[in-house]
Design a protein around this ligand. Sequence first.
Ligand code: UFG
Length: 353
Amino acid sequence: MSSPPGRKERGSILAAKEQTGKAVLVVGGAGYIGSHMVKALLEGGYDTTVFDNLAAGHRDAVLGGRFVQGDLADTATLDALFAAGRFDAVMNFAGSIQVGESVQKPGLYYRNNVANTLNLLEAMVRHGVRHLVFSSTAAIFGEPVRIPIDEEHPTHPVNPYGRGKLMVEHMLADFDHAHGLKSACLRYFNAAGADPSGLIGERHEPETHLIPIALEVALGKRGHLSVYGEDYDTPDGTCIRDYIHVSDLCQAHLRALETLRRTDRSLAVNLGNGQGFSVREVVDAVRAVTGHAIPLKIDARRAGDPARLIADSTAARDHLGWRPQYPGLQDIVRHAWTFHLNRAVPHPLAQAA
Ligand code: UFG
């Protein structure tokens, strides 16, 4: 499945690198957040190379730069990639993301998210690339003991997904100590929304996330939305989450990358809006944006769902100078809806073919 970059590709990588001096390898750049990151990097004048095995990503979501299909498990391909690219920094979005699946298939999660990331770190050390922005998660904290969740909150993950991400954070501290590899660990809360252009957005198969599922109901692809529990200790009984617009998330990555380059010091920050919205509030926003009734069925609680997860994003604001541009739920839902509508309308050329 994976093949090393060809001779011609290597030449173009080097030429582009010499032009900008800002060459970034985006691992998992064909996925939901990775593809938005590539767009933000290109708009910021960076030179991008995406490395993705396309297990979950989509080639057509990569809007520019170079694309190399390959897998982090394949260290020979990784070596060829690094030798050709002479990257200044790496961003790693690759990995499996379903909490429930991680409980059923822990081996898959420890392999994809821990062992494969170790391959990446070792390749970075071998090739002298010293800056990494890493996609971590609020799931490293487990059941919250206080809200909002700041960086000092205890880390007691309650599933293999969260435990694997925390293991990588520990590995990164050790690689900094031993090899001077500096990293920015960004703990995402609920990434949501889509690029305002509507060109790229969230396309998971199967889809498990609240906002895209509610939009699929609005499109008639599903008959109803299951609400996983309405007996939580929250004002309306449904779970509260901190939804952060994917474009804001990517701007925070750009700031983290610039901060790493400027300070040459590792950092770890929580990334959320700092506001919580309940499942019912999300559904109301989807109703307002789409004009669709969104029928609900009240279902049992989903295992492992804490009642509330809200980030304290003070550190991201203070240390990265980051502010969310789209903190409102309506903007997040509206941009996701634009993307879903674009995908639902068949392209005229596709019909003709
Ligand atoms: N929910 C429903 N019905 C659905 C889908 C979700 O009621 O059909 C509820 C969930 O129970 C939860 C909320 O909507 O209360 C949000 O659920 P998501 O599945 O959209 O997101 P999660 O909060 O479960 O997970 C997200 C990321 C994970 C990450 C986690 C960190 O997707 O990768 O946040 O806490 F680990």
